[in-house]
Write a protein that binds this ligand. Sequence first.
Ligand code: ZN
Length: 221
Amino acid sequence: MQRRTYLVFLGVPGAGKGTQAKLLEESLHLPQVSTGDIFRYNLKNQTELGLLAKSYMDRGDLVPDEVTIKMVEDRLQKPDCAQGAILDGFPRNLVQVTAFDAMVAPYGGVTLVPLINLEDDEAMRRITGRRVCRTCGAVYHVDFNAPKESGICDLDQGELYQRADDAPETVRNRLYVYYKQTGPLIGYYYAHSLLADLDGAQPIEDVQSKLKVLIDKALQR
Ligand SMILES: [Zn+2]
């Protein structure tokens, strides 16, 4: 079986996983596979798995691992994943890791696990500072990308608000869930010599160039 490239991104919310994955998507010509996108796709198209997942979500329950695993497995069999994929948000616990290992084993296994490190304080500052325009959806940041007038969109004078997902309490909970569920994956991948540490406090382009060097090395293994 031909070898494929599978990258698994780890890091706290706000570390820049999505941004780095997006940049790599273009340079490596590999699709970014995020569980958020997969869920939205299955719900929108009312697939059997989507409806099953919805039945749990409607009851306020977590979607079981086996449903998530099956959805990812289906996604990875699509033609655009014939060379591999960049995973963001999966696997997120040890049950999913074991299933994912089995899924990619015929193609040479996981290529590299970039871990983007970032202090909790900085992650909080990045996420809780986000503001979104109610009218056009433009995204601002109170420190890094402030609108000309506080609370008002530059483009259409719409009202800026903080998404519920970005509120301090929610972010604290997202960090807790990350450390509890995903934390053990760091040890797991370290033990398999797949972990690549990156400093998420560095500028986006610096992280990206370091990442490319590490991926090149991993592909030569
Ligand atoms: Zn606006």
